[in-house]
Design a protein around this ligand. Sequence first.
Ligand code: P6P
Length: 338
Amino acid sequence: MAERLGITITKHIMETQRKHFPDATGDFSGLLTELSIAGKVISRAVNKAGLVDVLGKTGDVNVQGEEVQKLDDFADKVIFQKMDHTGYLCAMASEEVDELIPIPDKHPQGGRYTLAFDPLDGSSNIDVNVNIGTIFSIHRRVTPETQKGALADFLQPGRTQVGAGYIIYGSSTMMVYAAGDGVHGFTLDPSIGEFLLSHPDITMPRRSTYYSVNEGNRHKWDPRVQRMVDHFKSPVSAGGAGYGLRYIGSLVADFHRNLLKGGVFMYPADADSGKGKLRLLYEAAPLAYIAEQAGGGAIAEAEDILDIKPTELHQRVPLYIGCKEDVETCREFLTGKR
Ligand code: P6P
C-alpha cells in the first residue's frame, strides 16, 4: 500500500487558484511555489549552519545599519536567484538592499507582481539556534506592464496585497501563507522535500493570555505605552487570569506562536527609534495581512497597519499585532481612551 501523502503546498496553491481564480494565468501560483522552493533551500542551509561555514558575519553592513550575517546574505541571494527569471515580477525589494531590485534585462520583463521580502528576519539569533524566518509580501503592480517596475509599485497600502506569508526555520520548517482565502500552514517533511498541509484555516482566538514586548525598553516608551503594558501585566487583566509574557526576540517566532496559540506582540515607537524598529513593507504589512485573514488585527498606533500608505521602501512603523480584542485594547491606550 503506497504511503498516503498529505496535501502538498503546490497542490494546495493550485486548488486555491482553481477554486477562487479560475481565469488566473498561474503566475501568482507559480510565484508562491517558487518561494516555497527558496524556503527549502534556505532551510537546508539554516539547519546546517552549525556545520557549514555560514555562521558569523560577512563584514558588510546593510541598509538598516546592521551587520549582515552570512546566512542573511545567502537567503537574500537564494530568493533573488529563484525569482528573477520567472517573468512573474516587475521588481523586488529586500531588507538587505538599499534600492529597488530591478529584474535583469536578460530576463522577461513586465511581470504583474511585486515581491518585498525580509530574507532572514531575526538573524541576530542565528548563532544561538533560535527560530528565524523569511517574510514576504506580494502586490499587483500599478505601473504599466510595458515599463520596468517602479517604487510606486511597492508604495501601496498593505490592504491591497494579493498574498503574504513567512517561512519559519525552527524545530521544523513551516511555510504559512494567505492569499485571500484564509491562512494555511505547511510543515516541511525533509524525507521527501515537500511542504505538507499541517495547519489548514488557521484562526486566532478573539482574546489571548499572552503579551510579547521587550520590557527592557520601558524607560524609552511614551507614558501611554507604559500604562498599556502595565494593563497586560496586571493580575486582574484577561478576566482575572492575567497575561503571561512570552518574548523570543525574533519577530517571526513571536508572531507564529501568537498566531497559533493567541497573543499580542508589541514593538512600540520609543525615544531612540522614533517610529519603532520594525519595517512596514516586508515585516509589519505582510504579518498584518496574515493576522487579519486569521481574524486578528494589527495597528501602528491609531490606524490599522494595512491602511498605511507607505512613503519609502524601508520605513519603520510601531507594531501592535495579534488577537483582535487585545489589539483593540492597545488602540484604546494609544488613542487616550484608557
Ligand atoms: P529587540 C530581530 O533583530 C528583530 O528585527 C525582530 O525579529 C525582533 O522582533 C526584534 O528585532 C527584536 O528587537 O529590540 O527586542 O531586540
